[in-house]
Each structure stands twice: as C-alpha cells, then as structure tokens.
Ligand binder design. Structure first.
Ligand code: TXA
Ligand code: MG
Length: 331
C-alpha cells in the first residue's frame, strides 16, 4: 500500500504523479482510500463489479448493503439517475456537499448491480472534498465508496484510522488531513412521492426542509427492522468495543467519558479518560470530532463509554443517531 499526502490548498496536486497513479489504480479495479469532507471513503470504480466486490470483501460487508456512487457534478449524476424537479433543487442547493440523493436508476447507467445491490434506485453524491470529485472526473468513472472502515465499526475521519482497519486491502491511501464535517452524508430518498430522510448526516434536516419548503418524510422502515429502506441502517452499527451508555447524568470511576458543552458531569474528575466533543457546545464541531472521540475513548481501556446529553437539533440529530446505533445490542 502507498500512502500519499496531498496538499489540496496548493493547485498543483491535480497534476502530481500521485494523482495519476491513484487514477490508474482505480482503472485497474483496485481500492483507493479517498478523503471527503464527511469521512474517508473506500473507493472503487462503480462500473466494475470485480472492483466493487473487493469493497465488500475488504469491509466484511453484507452484500445486500448498496454503495453510494460519487460523481463530480449534477450533470455527471444525471447519466446515472433520474432527477425530478425536487431532486434537482436539492442537488443545486447542496452539491458539492454532505448530501446523498437516492433516485431512480437510469437503465443506461453503467453502475454495476453489485454497487446498487440490484435495486432500481441509485445513491449519488457530489462531495465537497475535491479529491473524490477529481478522481471521478479524471477517470471518467462514478466511484463507489462506503466509509473506509470494517463493516459495523466506527467511520474513519483520519487516514490513520483507515489504514488501521483496511491497510492490507488498499493500493493507495490518500491523506488530506482530518475530515471537516466528520459524520457521513445525509441521505434523502426521492424514489416515491416527496422526499424521505433515509439517514440523518452532515447536512441538517432543517437546511433541507428550508429548501423544500416542506417537512422531510420519515423513511419507510417496513415490517422488518433489519431490512429498512436504507439497507445500511441496521440497528447496531458504528460499534466501538466498549459498551456505550447514553444520556449520562453522572460519571462513574473508570469511565471513558464522552462529554459535550461547558458543563462537566458530576464525577468527571474520576473518569479514566474524557473527550469533549465541543467544550463551547457547538454541534458542528461535535460532529467533526465524534468518530475520533469514539476511537480515542475505545482505546483508553475502559469498558464503558458514558455519553453526556447532546441536543438533537441541527447536526445533533445525526450525532444522536450514530450514538444510539453504537449503543444498540450487538449482533
Ligand atoms: O458521507 C458518506 O456518505 C460516506 C462518504 C465516503 O461519501 N459514505 C458512506 O457510505 O457513508 P456507506 O456505504 O457507509 O453508507 C451508504 C448508505 C447505506 O446505508 C446504504 O444502505 C445506503 O447508503 N444506500 C445506498 N444505496 C441506496 C439505495 N439505492 N437505496 C437506499 N439506500 C441506499
Ligand atoms: Mg459506513
């Protein structure tokens, strides 16, 4: 595996030999770890079924779980999915950015069935992180990329975390430093009437509803809670090794404490470790720190990660969603 650091503040990264070699690896069907503004992605050519199979194999991911395809622009996305007026409005308002749109898949799209798990729909995203957009544009391929972690584990926001989980499976790991948003994209389903929130994420519900001029509908969870509409949203996910206890009012000795805001929990001084997601109580900063905090506290040796109450508006909805999943009973 090669690890490359790209300084995307300098314009010449696009013409570097590293960028060329990453494109060549993707076109050979190999796996490349690519940063986005949300989390690091495990990227492969979405039109190459063998390459996509390598993603599932590397992650140990159940094959029924479809992948997001990343493209450089709305125009590129329209080769793969049908965008009605509502879909186009959301794409124009929030792309590039932390929003994934699930739209009806075009019959002519070359995205392979393995990437969509054979569904009639396709999940598309134009990320703000420039490297993924660039690699898709330069290769001319949509890039399938789930979060670059082992299936069910915490998503990676630093290249070190990717390499720890997936190093041997990668051809290349591209490092642009920590992700700025730090939590996965918000997924909106547009395959029926109206817009449904399939996964809360790095774009707040309120911002989407502001553009829609309407409330987002809830995802159709169906009769089977293990086969929801966004198939990746299984109950237990994002699981650290330690047990997670939510909405703590008080810390206990030996805890790993996940705190938020300026008010320290009673007993915090006796905790084994503490990570404050945002001492000033800022939910955007907290989202950016969430997965690093879970990894850091999990490696503290404590058996319990105790979590202070975090408000559920704005990005707090996505933060609490990930924490609830991390705290759910393990399969
Ligand atoms: O921020 C992100 O979204 C990151 C970065 C790398 O872009 N990617 C990511 O991918 O979180 P992943 O594979 O971990 O999550 C994709 C989610 C899964 O829950 C999957 O079930 C859902 O998208 N999904 C994909 N295609 C779908 C479809 N056609 N219909 C419904 N849900 C879909
Ligand atoms: Mg994931």
């Amino acid at each position: 595996m090669q690890r490359w650091t790209l300084d995307v503040e300098k314009p010449d990264w696009r013409t570097s030999p590293e960028a060329d070699a990453a494109c060549a690896a993707l076109l050979r069907g190999e796996l490349v770890a690519v940063p986005t503004e949300t989390v690091y992605g495990l990227a492969a050519d979405a039109t190459n079924a063998t390459a996509c199979a390598r993603i599932f194999e590397a992650k140990g991911r159940p094959q029924f779980n479809p992948l997001i395809s990343h493209v450089p622009s709305l125009a590129a996305a329209e080769a793969h999915g049908d965008f009605d007026a509502m879909a186009r409005r959301l794409a124009e308002a929030f792309w590039p950015g932390p929003l994934t749109l699930v739209v009806p898949k075009k019959a002519a799209s070359p995205i392979c069935d393995l990437a969509t798990s054979g569904l009639q729909s396709v999940a598309l995203r134009v990320p703000a992180g420039p490297v993924m957009r660039f690699l898709s544009e330069r290769t001319g391929r949509p890039l399938a990329a789930p979060s670059a972690n082992l299936s069910g584990k915490v998503s990676p926001t630093r290249v070190e975390d990717v390499i720890a989980d997936l190093g041997p499976s990668l051809s290349v790991a591209i490092d642009t430093g920590p992700c700025t948003v730090g939590i996965e994209s918000t997924i909106v389903g547009l395959t029926g009437d109206g817009a449904r929130l399939l996964r809360p994420g790095g774009l707040a519900r309120e911002d989407i509803e502001g553009i829609l001029g309407a409330k987002l509908q809830e995802a159709d969870t169906g009769a089977d809670p293990e086969a929801p509409e966004a198939p990746g949203m299984l109950t237990s996910h994002y699981a650290p090794r330690a047990a997670l206890v939510l909405n703590a009012q008080e810390a206990e000795p030996g805890d790993a404490l996940l705190s938020f805001g300026p008010d320290r929990l009673p007993g915090a001084a006796n905790a084994l470790a503490e990570f404050n997601l945002s001492p000033r109580g800022d939910l955007t900063e907290a989202a950016a720190n969430l997965f690093l905090a879970m990894r850091t506290l999990d490696s503290s040796g404590s058996g319990t990660i105790r979590v202070q109450v975090i408000p559920s508006f704005g990005l707090g909805e996505a933060i609490n969603d990930r924490l609830r999943r991390a705290a759910a009973p393990r399969p």
